[in-house]
Write a protein that binds this ligand. Structure first.
Ligand code: GDP
Ligand code: GDP
Length: 436
């Protein structure tokens, strides 16, 4: 099911990021604990009552050094393009400014649901001052205080009222959904085109899957795939679409809908810091991953060069040690045929279930080989393990004391599970739970 998207629009300093952080709560900081992975604070998941939705802080998408009015116009356009509901935020201490009126006009024309939030109403006496905001034409203004967390409940009640009827995106379990992410110019659109023009591939477009995104369905070797449209692939020509933060936003939205994410690297320019960041998003999301080294035609290829490049990839992307690396050229189509089979394997592993008895045989053998650690005289006891989820495969190991499960021992168990069952291309998760 597609999640609704809420965008926050407003002048600088009205309190957008303060509210964004309140809405997404601790989620982001949890994610940041994963080494080597960073996340931009512009797009994240939030919850209200029983609803889960995504929030965009359009203020986080810096659009060059444009004058305020132009920046605000572009932020409003991002919100109009991406969101189901827009929170238009004003500064209750300053009243309505010319820039606010300009934005109001744009939002009004868009016909998207707009909910007015008047921020910095830090005490109840100030609530009387919000009536002037009715003049913007969006109905009732909601007084809030981001600093003190006041009024957010009423605001969110109003926001969720405008969510579209639950749109059931038709997801076919037999179909593999994948997306391509990577820096501008790594060859994402070239690779999509190369795949679509491959021999024995049958192609059909699925229009308007989410707003203006166009997904493409393809059939090869008895398998259906859907390529999810990502930023930079359909170049549309608005100014903000060229900004890095915006392409990150589009990539995050594509990753969310994917089973498998292809992380593209440019063999010609080599690995850059930004590649690592982009790959981190896919890893965080728990998707299956295939690393694709494109433009392999530009490298004098032999057995050794491939091995050397793979070593570099491994050194830079240590957190993706499970992802296979595919070398190809979208331009010459050399080795292109190796891609979809890797995507398929990664997808199958992502959805794989291990029967409990087989899993426990492996765990018990592992423990026999490398006994559980002791901490201050207390020994970790592993009682049994079971797989609790797929996509990605997630395992719970029941133990006497979860604190005794040291990271390195957990890593050892993960490696044993991988040795036994493969799981190439997918992250796996292991949780220790207490059981007497
Ligand atoms: P943004 O530029 O719209 O993202 O605004 P920020 O969230 O960065 O906030 C700008 C400033 O306003 C910061 O100094 C915040 O601490 C302050 N601020 C945010 N919310 C409130 C509020 O409810 N009351 C008051 N008094 N200050 C606030
Ligand atoms: P995107 O921005 O990631 O979608 O990248 P494009 O597909 O637009 O490609 C960027 C540039 O790289 C274009 O000039 C392509 O012709 C070129 N390119 C893409 N794939 C290859 C490849 O495999 N080999 C070479 N030599 N050039 C490529």
């Amino acid at each position: 099911m597609r999640k609704s998207v809420v965008a926050i629009v407003g002048r600088p300093n009205v309190g957008k990021s303060t509210i964004f952080n309140r809405l997404v709560g601790e989620r982001i900081s949890i994610v940041e604990d994963i080494p080597g992975v960073t996340r931009d604070r512009i797009y994240s998941q939030a919850e209200w009552l029983t609803k889960t939705f995504n929030v965009i802080d359009t203020g986080g998408i810096e659009i060059g050094d444009e004058p305020l009015l132009i920046q605000m116009r572009q932020q409003a356009e991002v919100a109009i393009d991406e969101a189901d509901v827009i929170i238009f935020m004003l500064n209750g201490k300053e009243g309505i400014t010319a820039a606010d009126e300009e934005v109001a006009k744009l939002l009004f024309k868009s016909n998207k649901p707009v909910v007015l939030a008047v921020n910095k109403i830090d005490n109840p006496e100030m609530r009387d001052e919000i009536y002037e905001y009715y003049s913007l034409g969006f109905g009732q203004p909601f007084p809030i205080s981001g600093a003190h967390g006041l009024g957010l409940g009423d605001l969110l009640d109003e926001v969720v009222k405008h969510f579209p009827q639950e749109e059931l995106e038709e997801i076919d379990e037999e179909t593999i959904y994948f997306s391509l992410i990577g820096r501008p110019n790594v060859g994402k659109s070239s690779l999509v085109n190369a795949l679509l023009n491959e021999e024995r591939v049958i192609v059909s477009e699925i229009e308007g899957t989410t707003r203006d995104a166009i997904d493409t369905k393809l059939h090869k070797d008895d398998q259906d795939y859907v390529i999810i449209d990502t930023a930079g692939m359909r170049k549309r020509g608005k100014v903000y679409e060229a900004t890095e933060k915006y392409s990150v936003l589009r990539a995050l939205r594509a990753i969310e809908r994917s089973d498998v994410v292809l992380v593209l690297i440019d063999a010609e320019t080599g690995i850059r810091e930004q590649d690592k960041k982009i790959a981190g998003y896919a890893h965080d999301a728990g998707r299956a991953i295939v690393i694709v080294v494109n433009k392999w035609d530009t490298v004098e290829a032999n057995e050794k060069s491939m091995k050397e490049f793979e070593e570099k990839v491994r050194a830079h992307f240590q957190f993706l040690d499970y992802a296979p690396v595919v070398f190809l050229s979208a331009k010459t189509k050399k080795r292109l045929h190796t891609l979809l089979p890797s995507v398929k394997v990664a997808s199958e592993n992502h959805a794989k279930r291990i029967p409990t008895n087989v899993l426990n045989d492996v765990i018990m053998d592992a423990i026999a080989m490398n006994p559980t650690p002791t901490v201050k005289g207390r020994r970790l006891k592993v009682l049994y393990a079971t797989q609790v989820a797929v996509k990605p495969p997630s395992f719970v190991v029941f133990v006497n004391e979860p604190e005794l499960m040291h990271f390195s021992y957990q890593r050892f168990l993960e490696n044993k599970i991988r040795d036994a069952f493969g799981f190439v291309g997918t992250p796996i998760k292991i949780f220790a739970r207490k059981r007497q």
